[in-house]
Design a binder for this molecule. Structure first.
Ligand code: NG6
Ligand code: CA
Length: 496
């Protein structure tokens, strides 16, 4: 251990002068729960590529996204700031403007300023453009204005319009003769909708999702035109994965940072035919198998390029799991004994651990010893931690919630953060084994998704060591601890 620590200290002290700085690849799943991968308890063989990655790396059992939905978690991972400090960081519509200010220090600018080539592939969901964006013109500001050298993305989610890809500043396959119109406030006259034309659908909504019909699936929001530019849901994983692989191949001779954010396993779950039936759990499970394939392809591209030893891969998810998220895809009926959140309570939208405790693996052969870590770490820490990795000296004032937990990410520190604020509809606090959820009104279970939200008129305190499933509220037995965590929350809120 001593030798290892010294080695790491030596490595880090020498970081600015590292002859070959490590590449960093973030593989970011959408809605993948803690228990959705075999190495975290799902049935054997469901996720062989992820399991291999985990067996070659460090698997965290207390790794978190900042929030129990997508946009805020993505805001946190890229800025290092708690999203609840800012208005407008909730789940965004597909025509929202960019919510990260250009010029600000971000996760990608940290790498860019250290001489890395930076790329974003996949789901964006942080807004594009400033006020009213013309999808037929230059799409900016966006990823390129906040630190990425190149991007190939979808604007928001698979279930939101516009259903097109954006490469750098342009819609891929745009056709001036068939302009794209996007709106969220009212239907576009003459265009079919899921609500008015259910006979046109191949996948029906279970709630919401009854607006524009694209590729036989009704979505959130309305769009018209851009027929040739529209994506095919079944090809999306192939498209994003090949873009990620191409980025790796193209940049194998220089240091690079790749942010690879898949659409899987978000709704609508329409995996490619070759994955259908592979999980035995319906299309939600098949989307996990498809996602695992994507992970395998990206890791293979890294290893085949001879970059295995010199690439740090982080694999995680943007929020906890949800089973029925708005389409009749039989996810609930075919779930069987599978536990998407593993031993944790709640999932997407929830203040219970299942909301933000997600799959979390770091692989860096030769530098990170394979194994398991119980350190408390959060994706919000990537900005400060990777700044330290690339030898950046100056603090990042705008990334004030990002802690340098590099030693924990590398396996040298078993503890990680002292405290963490978890966000769903409301906030919760972690300190070591303790979890505090302030008293909150509102429904206990979400109307459609059936997610346990974590609301309770009484304050809740859980001892996660004795009770990982948050079943016994021990607030009355530990007033002093309740007090301590209340103060932690108040202090975090006061930080400007
Ligand atoms: C909800 C959608 C859900 C999903 C979520 C965002 C309905 C009824 N539900 O509003 O399907 O899109 O937003 O998911 O429309 S996230 O992973 O991008 O945060
Ligand atoms: Ca998500």
């Amino acid at each position: 251990m001593l030798v290892r620590t010294l080695l790491l200290t030596g490595l880090l002290a020498a970081a600015p002068a590292l002859a070959v700085p490590p590449n960093v690849v973030v593989i970011y799943a959408d809605d993948l729960g803690y228990g959705d991968i075999s190495c975290n308890g799902a049935k054997a063989g469901l996720t062989p590529n992820i399991d291999r990655l985990a067996s070659e790396g460090l698997r965290f059992t207390d790794g978190h996204c900042s929030s129990a939905t997508c946009t805020p978690s993505r805001y946190a991972i890229l800025t290092g700031e708690y999203p609840w400090r800012r208005q407008g960081t909730g789940v965004l519509p597909g025509d929202a403007k960019l919510i990260i200010e250009p010029g600000r220090t971000t996760l990608p600018t940290v790498f860019k300023e250290a001489g890395y080539r930076t790329g974003a592939v996949g789901k964006w969901h942080l807004g594009l453009g400033d006020e009213k964006l013309d999808w037929n013109g230059k799409i900016a500001p966006g990823p390129l204005e906040i630190g990425f050298d190149e991007c190939f993305i979808m604007a928001a989610t698979g279930d939101r319009v516009p259903c097109v890809y954006v490469k750098n500043h342009e819609v891929v396959g745009r056709d001036p003769a068939d302009p794209i119109e996007v709106r969220y406030d009212a239907p576009i006259p003459g265009e079919p909708t899921g609500k008015a034309n259910p006979e046109m659908l191949r996948l029906h909504p279970s709630h919401g999702h009854d607006m524009a019909i694209v590729d036989g699936v009704s979505r959130i929001g309305y769009m018209k035109g851009g027929e040739k530019a529209r994506w095919k849901d079944e090809d999306m994983a192939d498209t994003f994965t090949s873009q990620a692989v191409e980025f790796i191949k193209k940049n194998k001779d220089k240091p690079f940072f790749l942010y690879f954010a898949t659409h899987d396993i978000h709704v609508p779950r329409l995996p490619n035919n070759r994955f259908l039936g592979k999980s035995g759990m319906g299309t939600r499970g098949d989307a996990i198998v498809e996602f695992d394939w994507s992970v395998g392809e990206v890791v293979k591209a890294i290893d085949d390029a001879g970059l295995k030893e010199n690439t740090l891969i982080v694999f995680s998810s943007d929020n906890g799991p949800v089973v029925d998220d708005g389409y009749k895809d039989e996810a609930v009926a075919k779930l069987g004994s599978h536990k998407p959140a593993g031993p944790y309570r709640g999932g997407k939208y929830s203040k219970f651990e299942g909301g933000t405790r997600v799959p979390f693996v770091v692989r860096w052969p030769g530098k990170v010893k394979p194994g398991e870590s119980a350190a408390l770490v959060c994706q919000i820490d990537f900005t400060a931690s990777f700044a330290a990795l690339v030898g950046r000296q100056s603090p990042i004032p705008t990334a004030k919630d990002s802690q340098n937990v590099l030693q924990a990410l590398l396996g040298a520190d078993p503890k990680g953060r002292e405290t963490l604020i978890e966000q769903a509809a409301g906030l919760a606090v972690r300190r070591g084994k303790w979890k505090f959820i302030p008293a909150s009104g509102g429904r206990k279970v979400a109307a459609f998704t059936n997610s346990e939200l974590g609301n309770d008129p009484e304050p809740q305190l859980y001892d996660l060591e004795a009770d990982p499933g948050e079943t016994r509220n021990v607030a009355a037995d530990h007033p002093e601890i309740l007090d301590r965590l209340r103060k932690d929350l108040a202090e975090a809120k006061e930080t400007q």
